[in-house]
Design a protein around this ligand. Structure first.
Ligand SMILES: Nc1ncnc2c1ncn2[C@@H]1O[C@H](COP(=O)(O)OP(=O)(O)OP(=O)(O)O)[C@@H](O)[C@H]1O
Ligand SMILES: [Mg+2]
Length: 602
């Protein structure tokens, strides 16, 4: 039912059916009307011919009475014959006076001389007319002949029939023709409706199938099969062709979508930021990394003009340059971050498309080089620091060597003294080089030796031994708090000892005479924490953040006097990291400092 409703709502169906109806029914109606008109003419002619033969036969019977001039007999004949031939008969004399009439009394009838059929019969022997009869008050067909063919003066015989009789007969014929025409018309319409319906519903089905088409995946048809396709005619062929075409089209669209998705995934997973624009400088694509690097508040809409979509004038300029010149370009940008700090970005832009004179688009790749730059700076600083640290002792050594060569060597007092100074500087140099080596090995992470359980009490004991003389000289009180049940740590024993030695060395070095130093250790969860505490000058908060940097010294002169180069804590930090632990500092100016080294438990 719904299919039929759909069919009648279909404009295609309605229009085609209308055209077919007009084409088939109009000629049919015209033919029927033409046939009816033709029939009426034929029927009138036939009636006239019938009436003529009636008149001629009546003349045969009436001629003797005309000759005899017997009007009463003529009237009797008219009445008798008229009944038998079922037509009106009238006998007239040459002047038009009625002698006899089948339907009326001649005495009451007017003169008929002026009637056209009567006049025609008198003049030419015969006359026919169709007109309204005043006597009978209806339309009749009249045929009149001379009573004697060769002689006009004898009188006139006239036969007549009302057209009503003819019309009644014709009515039946008309009805038959109309019925036949209607039947043919209906049949034509019905068959047209059926074939048009098949066509229209096939088109409708196909449209619906195409509209509901979706991803079929793995070669399955994506457009639903319709019954129209099973037809063997052109409609079936069209349906099959359309579905095959739609299938191909949908597959291609799917393929394109998949390829696009893959590309998007690849581009999104890039660590580098990517901005693609078309030849008109409109955004094609901006990946997540670019959004983050350029700190865009919202992902830019595809198709948005470059200048609206990106806040960064340098990126816009770079893309424009590439679009105009068609050549690749590079730039370094600094992006001030919303949460403070700045980011260095290396931007490389390249043209899209093959025409060299004008690019069809441009791709800008953005790489965060903040870290790289920081490392470069660190390396430069490091080289500068190392050179600086080496220059002073080397210059001193050179100077003392020259003095010794100039004769001081043979001086009994200055000779040994200068040699002693030389020895101290060489030792300092040696220590510096050794520290640098240690740092670089730690940084390279090249230590592949296995870790072993190390008892911290043993390590602390080994470290503290050599400090006894200095402690005594500076009258520093040393307290050890290492509980008996302290669990061992898993580490490299030499590195652990090195870290402890550096911490104790600092405590001893920076704590003024008569101060106190504490070395204590305690288990802390899965780790063991070792703290070296002193009653020294303490370190300010801002310096606490930097003391672990290489070559950093709070008070350059004081530390250098003490023979330090600022590498000790950097080494401690690297050791802690290498061993899977950490080092931290707590301090209060004037009260002392506490360095805590945590190492994983064995
Ligand atoms: N216990 C401490 N009390 C006060 N300041 C300290 C303490 N430990 C370290 N510092 C400060 O931190 C700086 C860095 O220490 P670090 O051990 O790295 O270098 P250094 O001791 O000067 O030289 P090096 O250890 O190479 O001989 C020191 O110069 C010092 O100013
Ligand atoms: Mg030190």
């Amino acid at each position: 039912v719904s299919a039929r409703v759909v069919l009648f709502r279909s404009p295609l169906f309605r229009r085609l059916l209308g055209a077919v109806a007009a084409l088939s029914l109009l000629p049919l109606a015209a033919t029927a009307i033409g046939a009816a008109l033709l029939l009426r003419g034929v029927a009138r002619d036939a009636t006239a011919a019938e009436l003529r033969s009636d008149a001629l036969l009546a003349r045969e019977a009436a001629l003797p009475l005309f000759r005899a001039g017997d009007a009463a007999a003529l009237d009797g004949l008219a009445k008798r014959l008229g009944r038998e031939i079922r037509a009106r008969l009238t006998f007239l004399d040459v002047d038009g006076r009625v002698l006899g009439d089948s339907d009326h009394d001649p005495a009451t009838m007017e003169n008929h001389a002026g009637r056209p059929e009567v006049a025609d019969a008198r003049e030419r022997g015969e006359g026919t007319a169709r007109r309204f009869s005043d006597t009978l008050q209806e339309e009749l067909i009249f045929v009149a002949v001379r009573a004697e063919p060769a002689e006009a003066s004898r009188g006139i015989v006239r036969a007549a029939l009302p057209t009503r009789t003819l019309a009644a007969r014709l009515q039946a014929v008309y009805a038959g023709v109309a019925l036949l025409a209607a039947a043919f018309g209906l049949a034509a319409l019905l068959s047209a409706a059926i074939s048009l319906g098949i066509f229209a519903s096939a088109v409708h089905d196909l449209t619906e199938a195409a509209e509901s088409a979706g991803g079929g995946g793995d070669g399955a048809p994506v457009v639903r099969r319709t019954t129209a396709e099973e037809r063997e005619d052109e409609v079936g062929a069209l349906a099959r062709a359309v579905r095959a075409m739609a299938d191909r089209l949908f597959r291609q669209i799917e393929e394109i979508a998949r390829a696009r998705n893959e590309l998007t995934t690849v581009v999104e997973s890039l660590g580098e930021g990517l901005v693609a624009v078309d030849g008109g400088g409109r955004i094609l694509f901006v990946n997540g990394a670019a959004e983050r690097l350029l700190e865009l508040a919202a992902p830019p809409r595809a198709g948005a003009p470059l200048a609206d979509a990106l806040p960064n004038g340098e990126v816009i300029g770079l893309a424009r340059e590439v679009l105009e010149t068609g050549r690749a370009a590079e730039a370094r940008l600094v992006i001030v971050r919303a949460q403070g700090g700045a980011r260095s970005i290396e931007a490389r832009a390249a043209p899209l498309g093959r025409r060299p004179e004008r690019a069809e688009g441009a791709v800008v790749l953005l790489r965060d080089v903040t870290e790289v730059e920081r490392y470069e700076e660190l390396r430069r600083d490091f080289v500068a620091n190392v050179s600086h640290e080496l220059r002073t002792p080397v210059a001193l050594i050179k100077g003392f060597l020259e003095t010794l060569e100039d004769g001081a060597l043979r001086d009994p007092v200055d000779g040994p003294r200068f040699l002693e100074i030389l020895r101290r500087h060489v030792l300092g140099l040696d220590r510096l080089v050794a520290d640098l080596l240690t740092l670089s090995t730690l940084e390279a992470g090249a230590d592949t030796r296995p870790r072993e359980p190390v008892a911290l009490a043993d390590a602390v004991g080994a470290v503290l031994g050599p400090f006894e003389t200095v402690l005594a000289e500076k009258r520093l009180r040393l307290t050890r708090r290492l509980p008996d049940g302290l669990p061992p740590v898993l580490a490299h024993r030499d590195l652990v000892e090195r870290a402890i030695r550096n911490l104790v060395d600092n405590a001893v070095k920076f704590t003024p005479e008569g101060g106190a130093i504490e070395v204590e250790a305690a288990a802390r969860g899965a780790a063991v924490a070792l703290t070296v505490r002193d009653s020294g000058p303490g370190i300010s908060a801002e310096e606490r953040a930097r003391v672990f940097e290489r070559f950093y010294r709070v008070e350059k002169s004081r530390s250098r006097e003490a023979g330090g180069t600022g590498l000790g804590l950097a080494i401690v930090k690297h050791i802690a990291q290498q061993e899977g632990g950490a080092v931290e500092v707590a301090s209060e100016i004037g009260r002392g400092s506490a360095f805590t080294l945590t190492l994983p438990r064995a």
